[in-house]
Write a protein that binds this ligand. Structure first.
Ligand code: ADP
Ligand code: MG
Length: 248
């Protein structure tokens, strides 16, 4: 079977510093794949290379077997590769309902045609309401996004990414910065993401990683250090040493 997402000998340098060191990674269709590693290991850089935010110095990115290395970020979203939106920058003044209708309208190719109010489109409105319901945002869908609790903002970011109907969804620490009492809701949504969407999750919470992932890749100093099932990685002495070393 063709992998959902693949990198071949990917390299990214910042000046003389190698942030991504010859990474060849294969993500199976429908996988729940976790990417872990100490701070500064190059996890976010790798996501930026996958989404087209950064251009690599070498190597390739393949989506469903097609080389997308030269495609700009928006074209990759169009092909089914999504990451969470940065709502703090993009959608802060909007309500979750506005944002969701825009995201769905864009996917349907409606664009932002001023004379055609999105609210007139029942299909879009119904889909938006259903998605907001599924992501536990129904009760706050008319509240300005900036006024929402942090956990709800994170849920909206994931919901907006799902609205683009991705084949592959990349989540970079979805619960980072979320207060403890709101974390379980965000992590619950991550666990319940649609089974047909391939998910790559970067996460520090090992309980979540081990309950979520079917496969784990460990990145250390820009390079792949280990890869395996949850059982294999959780028992790996060298991986343990890295995390214990970080905690100490
Ligand atoms: P992680 O997400 O695993 O914590 P990052 O990918 O954010 O790690 O960073 C990996 C390394 O690359 C770090 O040492 C970081 O300082 C460096 N780095 C990331 N982005 C840049 C950049 N734009 N310019 C220079 N160095 C960068
Ligand atoms: Mg990071």
């Amino acid at each position: 079977m063709i992998p959902a997402l693949e990198t071949l000998n990917l390299v990214k340098r910042f000046g003389g510093f190698v942030a991504t060191n010859d990474v060849s990674l294969s993500i199976t269709q429908g996988a729940r794949h976790a990417l872990i590693g100490p701070n500064g290991a190059g996890k976010t850089t790798l996501i930026n290379l996958l989404t087209g935010v950064l251009a690599p110095n070498g190597g390739q990115v393949l989506l469903g077997g097609e080389d997308i290395t030269a495609l700009p970020a928006h074209a990759r979203v169009g092909r089914g590769l999504s990451r969470t939106f940065q709502i703090n920058q993009l959608f802060g003044d909007f309500t979750p309902l506005d944002s969701m209708m825009l995201a769905i309208g864009e996917r349907k190719g409606h664009g932002r045609i001023a004379w055609r109010p999105l609210s007139a489109d029942r299909e879009v409105a119904d889909e938006a309401a259903a998605l907001l319901e599924r992501f536990r945002l129904a009760d706050v869908m008319a509240t300005a996004t900036t006024l929402l609790p942090y956990g709800k903002q994170r849920l909206l970011e994931i919901a907006l990414a799902i609205a683009t109907r991705p084949k592959v969804l990349l989540l970079d620490e979805p619960a980072a910065g979320v207060p403890e009492e709101e974390r379980h809701e965000v992590l619950g949504i991550v666990r319940e993401l649609p089974a047909d969407v391939t998910v790559v999750l970067i996460e520090h919470d090992m309980d979540l990683v081990f309950s979520f992932a079917d496969r784990i890749s460990v990145l250390v100093a820009g390079a792949l250090f280990a890869e395996g099932t949850v059982g294999e990685i959780s028992k790996d002495a060298q991986v343990k040493a890295i995390y214990l070393g970080e905690d100490a």
